[in-house]
Write a protein of this length. Structure first.
Length: 157
Protein backbone atom coordinates (compact mmCIF):
# COMPACT_ATOMS: atom_id res chain seq x y z
CA UNK A 1 0.00 0.00 0.00
CA UNK A 2 1.39 3.41 -0.98
CA UNK A 3 1.77 6.08 1.68
CA UNK A 4 -0.46 9.11 1.39
CA UNK A 5 1.66 12.29 1.12
CA UNK A 6 -1.29 14.55 1.91
CA UNK A 7 -1.87 12.81 5.22
CA UNK A 8 1.85 12.89 5.95
CA UNK A 9 1.97 16.60 5.21
CA UNK A 10 -0.97 17.32 7.52
CA UNK A 11 0.71 15.26 10.18
CA UNK A 12 3.94 17.26 9.77
CA UNK A 13 2.05 20.56 9.97
CA UNK A 14 0.45 19.42 13.18
CA UNK A 15 3.85 18.53 14.59
CA UNK A 16 5.67 21.63 13.30
CA UNK A 17 3.16 24.14 14.66
CA UNK A 18 1.44 22.07 17.34
CA UNK A 19 -1.98 22.90 15.89
CA UNK A 20 -5.04 21.60 17.64
CA UNK A 21 -8.47 22.07 16.18
CA UNK A 22 -10.83 24.04 18.37
CA UNK A 23 -14.00 22.31 19.47
CA UNK A 24 -15.72 24.56 21.98
CA UNK A 25 -19.10 24.87 23.65
CA UNK A 26 -20.42 28.18 25.00
CA UNK A 27 -23.21 27.97 27.59
CA UNK A 28 -23.11 31.23 29.56
CA UNK A 29 -23.28 34.94 28.84
CA UNK A 30 -19.67 35.38 30.05
CA UNK A 31 -18.52 32.80 27.46
CA UNK A 32 -19.66 35.07 24.64
CA UNK A 33 -16.62 37.38 24.99
CA UNK A 34 -14.39 34.43 24.15
CA UNK A 35 -16.72 33.32 21.35
CA UNK A 36 -16.72 36.84 19.88
CA UNK A 37 -12.93 37.18 20.04
CA UNK A 38 -12.38 33.81 18.33
CA UNK A 39 -14.87 34.61 15.55
CA UNK A 40 -13.86 38.25 15.03
CA UNK A 41 -12.72 38.94 11.46
CA UNK A 42 -14.22 35.67 10.27
CA UNK A 43 -15.10 35.74 6.57
CA UNK A 44 -18.63 34.47 6.00
CA UNK A 45 -20.40 33.60 2.77
CA UNK A 46 -24.07 34.54 2.82
CA UNK A 47 -24.71 31.26 0.99
CA UNK A 48 -23.24 29.28 3.89
CA UNK A 49 -25.55 30.54 6.64
CA UNK A 50 -28.85 28.79 7.34
CA UNK A 51 -31.62 28.77 9.90
CA UNK A 52 -32.76 25.20 10.55
CA UNK A 53 -36.42 25.59 11.57
CA UNK A 54 -36.78 21.96 12.68
CA UNK A 55 -33.72 22.04 14.95
CA UNK A 56 -34.28 25.69 15.91
CA UNK A 57 -30.64 26.44 15.19
CA UNK A 58 -28.54 28.86 13.15
CA UNK A 59 -25.64 27.20 11.32
CA UNK A 60 -22.75 28.78 9.40
CA UNK A 61 -19.33 27.88 8.09
CA UNK A 62 -16.66 30.52 7.70
CA UNK A 63 -12.97 31.27 7.36
CA UNK A 64 -11.86 32.00 10.91
CA UNK A 65 -8.76 34.10 11.55
CA UNK A 66 -6.69 32.24 14.17
CA UNK A 67 -6.18 34.96 16.77
CA UNK A 68 -4.93 32.33 19.19
CA UNK A 69 -1.70 31.98 17.14
CA UNK A 70 -0.89 35.70 16.88
CA UNK A 71 2.16 36.64 18.98
CA UNK A 72 2.87 32.99 19.81
CA UNK A 73 6.18 32.99 17.94
CA UNK A 74 5.07 30.35 15.44
CA UNK A 75 6.66 32.12 12.49
CA UNK A 76 7.34 35.78 11.93
CA UNK A 77 4.78 37.49 9.65
CA UNK A 78 2.84 34.27 9.24
CA UNK A 79 -0.77 34.17 10.29
CA UNK A 80 -3.39 31.47 9.91
CA UNK A 81 -7.01 30.91 8.95
CA UNK A 82 -9.13 27.80 9.32
CA UNK A 83 -12.53 26.66 8.08
CA UNK A 84 -14.80 26.67 11.11
CA UNK A 85 -18.44 26.04 11.81
CA UNK A 86 -20.79 27.54 14.33
CA UNK A 87 -24.14 26.28 15.50
CA UNK A 88 -26.40 28.36 17.72
CA UNK A 89 -29.15 26.33 19.40
CA UNK A 90 -32.47 27.39 20.93
CA UNK A 91 -33.15 30.02 18.25
CA UNK A 92 -36.74 31.21 18.49
CA UNK A 93 -36.57 33.85 15.77
CA UNK A 94 -34.06 35.41 13.40
CA UNK A 95 -33.94 38.92 11.92
CA UNK A 96 -31.67 40.05 9.12
CA UNK A 97 -30.82 43.74 8.72
CA UNK A 98 -29.40 45.18 5.47
CA UNK A 99 -29.11 41.73 3.92
CA UNK A 100 -32.04 41.90 1.52
CA UNK A 101 -30.32 43.62 -1.42
CA UNK A 102 -26.91 41.97 -0.98
CA UNK A 103 -25.65 39.54 -3.62
CA UNK A 104 -25.88 36.10 -2.00
CA UNK A 105 -22.41 35.15 -3.29
CA UNK A 106 -20.83 38.08 -1.41
CA UNK A 107 -18.45 37.58 1.50
CA UNK A 108 -18.84 39.60 4.70
CA UNK A 109 -16.61 40.03 7.76
CA UNK A 110 -17.83 39.40 11.28
CA UNK A 111 -16.93 42.45 13.35
CA UNK A 112 -18.36 41.46 16.73
CA UNK A 113 -20.86 39.34 18.62
CA UNK A 114 -23.01 40.98 21.29
CA UNK A 115 -25.87 39.94 23.51
CA UNK A 116 -28.75 42.19 24.48
CA UNK A 117 -31.32 40.47 26.70
CA UNK A 118 -32.14 37.31 24.69
CA UNK A 119 -30.82 38.62 21.36
CA UNK A 120 -27.50 37.28 20.11
CA UNK A 121 -26.35 39.96 17.67
CA UNK A 122 -23.86 39.21 14.89
CA UNK A 123 -22.45 42.48 13.51
CA UNK A 124 -20.92 42.24 10.04
CA UNK A 125 -19.26 44.56 7.56
CA UNK A 126 -21.49 46.45 5.10
CA UNK A 127 -23.71 47.36 8.08
CA UNK A 128 -25.26 43.87 8.07
CA UNK A 129 -26.68 42.52 11.32
CA UNK A 130 -28.17 39.14 12.16
CA UNK A 131 -30.20 39.06 15.37
CA UNK A 132 -30.99 35.69 16.86
CA UNK A 133 -33.67 35.58 19.54
CA UNK A 134 -32.47 32.72 21.71
CA UNK A 135 -33.59 30.87 24.79
CA UNK A 136 -30.83 29.25 26.82
CA UNK A 137 -27.32 29.97 25.46
CA UNK A 138 -25.89 26.95 23.66
CA UNK A 139 -23.33 27.61 20.93
CA UNK A 140 -20.76 25.29 19.36
CA UNK A 141 -17.62 26.38 17.49
CA UNK A 142 -15.68 23.69 15.65
CA UNK A 143 -12.61 23.94 13.42
CA UNK A 144 -13.37 21.68 10.49
CA UNK A 145 -9.89 21.40 8.99
CA UNK A 146 -6.27 22.28 9.71
CA UNK A 147 -5.26 25.98 9.58
CA UNK A 148 -3.49 27.33 6.51
CA UNK A 149 -0.99 30.21 6.41
CA UNK A 150 -1.92 33.69 5.29
CA UNK A 151 0.33 36.74 5.12
CA UNK A 152 -2.48 39.09 6.11
CA UNK A 153 -3.51 40.02 9.62
CA UNK A 154 -6.82 41.88 9.99
CA UNK A 155 -6.31 45.57 10.68
CA UNK A 156 -8.47 47.54 13.10
CA UNK A 157 -8.62 51.32 13.33
Amino acid sequence: MKSNNVIKKKSNEENDYNFKRLKLKFLEKNDLKIFSSLCQDGIFSINEMIFDHNEKSFIATFSRFCWEFVDKGIKENKYFRVVSGIRVYNVKNIKYENLKNIDSSKFINLLSVDINKNNLILNFSSDITIKLLIGKIKIFLDDLDMPWPTGKKPFHK
